[in-house]
Design a protein around this ligand. Structure first.
Ligand code: COA
Length: 151
């Protein structure tokens, strides 16, 4: 199976990314849709402050994630909205899409990346080298903890 990660560059690709996020975060995790879709999802191909990607498996979009480039948290850009459709999990696609964003951040000269991990996903991020920081907190009713990766 060929899995390819590319930048969201067209309205059709954005629609495909948002369809994955709607299935994963809104339908599966019950995040309110008005919290899930935000200003960084408006024409990401013309924005300098976000790098949004999709992962295609044999041509079909099954995964997505995005990197917010406005630096905060000590100068680290923020990876978020990491989602793989349920039926395709556990086959390395989530790790592949993470590495694509990490490589992009490194290429832009950032010294690290940060993210807010849902606590169930902490082992996934630890496997990629991320280290947890600070307390557990609630966001959209889901437990999170901040994590960092030095690039
Ligand atoms: N607990 C423990 N380990 C996990 C894990 C979990 N929940 N999810 C993945 N892993 C491990 C895998 O076993 C694998 O380990 P290995 O390298 O030793 O084989 C490694 O992490 C990579 O897993 P991968 O197959 O690339 O992950 P995935 O494609 O299933 O994607 C998520 C992981 C979290 C993106 C996916 O489960 C998902 O979309 N979940 C719902 C949305 C979500 O919660 N996103 C995160 C928001 S912070």
């Amino acid at each position: 199976m060929a899995f390819e990660v590319t930048r969201v560059g067209t309205p059709a690709e954005l629609a495909a990314a948002l369809a994955v996020r709607t299935r994963v975060f809104v339908e599966e995790q019950h995040v309110p849709v008005e919290e899930e879709i935000d200003r960084f999802d408006a024409e990401p191909w013309v924005r300098a402050d976000v790098l949004q990607v999709i992962g295609r498996l044999d041509g079909t979009v099954i995964a997505t994630a995005r990197l917010l480039l406005a630096t905060h948290d000590g100068g680290y850009p923020h990876i978020g909205r990491v989602a793989v459709l349920a039926e395709h999990r556990g086959r390395g696609y989530g790790a592949t899409i993470m590495r694509a964003l990490q490589d992009a951040a490194r290429g832009l000269g950032f010294p690290g990346v940060t993210l807010a991990a849902q606590t169930h996903a902490i082992p996934f991020y630890e496997g990629l080298g991320y280290v947890a920081r600070g307390p557990v907190y609630l966001d959209a009713g889901i437990e999170h903890r901040d994590m960092d990766l030095v690039l």
